[in-house]
Ligand binder design. Structure first.
Ligand SMILES: O=C(O)CCC(=O)C(=O)O
Ligand SMILES: [Fe+2]
Length: 291
């Protein structure tokens, strides 16, 4: 309960919310959080410092929680808490939407900033609705008709893969958004390797446009929540010393597209040349899918 106050942090996304406690949040808080997330996409609650148990309980209000599929919890030993500690090399300093190499990537995360440096180690988020909406119509149209292969190579599991539409429809708002990220997206399925490389390079740079982003300077005890379907995030790796986050991750949902892909996957038949190696991963995934 509380007398909550909302302060917008950026034109594109983000709000800081104060005046109440998240420990033992009830139906009123959960409804409020859902509406704040729909409006601001990433929200911050400074000065909360909830316990691990309260953190997990809070997460359970939003859906089933996920045991992180690839990374182990070095400290907490709690099955639902994923921990990243900078001193263990854990800094997520590449733009990404979490775990898009899964068929159903997580819908939202709740992060507890346990320890952070006084200066540096900010996190940035970007608004993927805006990234889509500000593209030209020809590029929007192209992106709506193609899909992309994502993999868990950054977690040393390139065999873990999923294909998602390049333009996703958010299941709650019905709005279109650009759904490729530098960290996990490997290949446009319907294009040649060379074309895919050029387009992915453009799109993954485009989402970083400062106009689409917000940057948050942390204090210990802050809780952050983000809608993982319509945002990407990035940690600024400009600090020394300890920075420890604990995250609870809410299980995923189906990734819906605006329309069917405009053509079949780009897999060449007949003679395989020296360039065939660029198609190997895609070919392997499609074989596994029996397409
Ligand atoms: O450390 C952070 O600020 C965010 C880390 C991250 O990428 C995540 O928890 O998904
Ligand atoms: Fe992340």
């Amino acid at each position: 309960m509380g007398d909550w106050k909302v302060r917008k942090l950026g034109a594109a996304l983000g709000a800081e919310i104060t005046g109440g406690s998240l420990a033992n949040a009830g139906a009123r808080e959960i409804d409020l959080i859902k509406s704040w997330l729909a409006e601001h996409h990433v929200i911050f609650f400074p000065g909360q410092a909830i316990s691990v148990e309260e953190h997990v309980e809070l997460g359970k209000h939003f859906g089933e929680l996920e045991d992180h599929p690839n990374l182990k919890n070095p400290f907490t030993q709690h099955p639902y808490i994923f921990e990243l500690a900078a001193t263990q090399g854990g800094v997520a300093d590449e733009w990404h939407t979490d775990i898009t190499f899964q068929e159903e990537p997580s819908i939202m995360s709740i992060l507890h900033m346990v320890k952070c440096p006084e200066i540096g180690g900010d996190t940035m988020w970007t608004n993927l609705y805006q990234a889509y909406e500000e593209m030209s119509v020809p590029l929007q149209t192209l992106c709506e008709g193609i899909t992309a292969l994502h993999d868990a190579l950054p977690h040393s599991r390139p065999d873990k893969m999923a294909i998602h539409p390049v333009v996703r429809i958010h299941p709650e708002t019905g709005r279109k958004l650009l759904y490729v990220n530098e960290h996990f997206t490997r290949r446009i399925v319907e294009m040649s390797a060379g074309e895919s490389e050029v387009l992915l390079k453009y799109l993954t740079e485009w989402v970083k446009n400062p106009r689409f982003t917000v940057r948050y300077q942390w204090t210990p005890g802050t809780i952050a929540m983000w809608d993982n379907r319509c945002t990407q995030h990035f940690v600024v790796n400009d600090f020394e010393g300890e920075r420890v986050i604990q995250r609870v991750t809410v299980m995923g949902d189906q990734v819906d597209s605006a329309r069917e892909p405009m053509t079949e996957p780009w897999v060449r038949s007949g003679y395989h040349g020296a360039t065939s190696r660029h198609d190997k991963q895609l070919r392997q995934f499609l074989k596994g899918q029996k397409i």
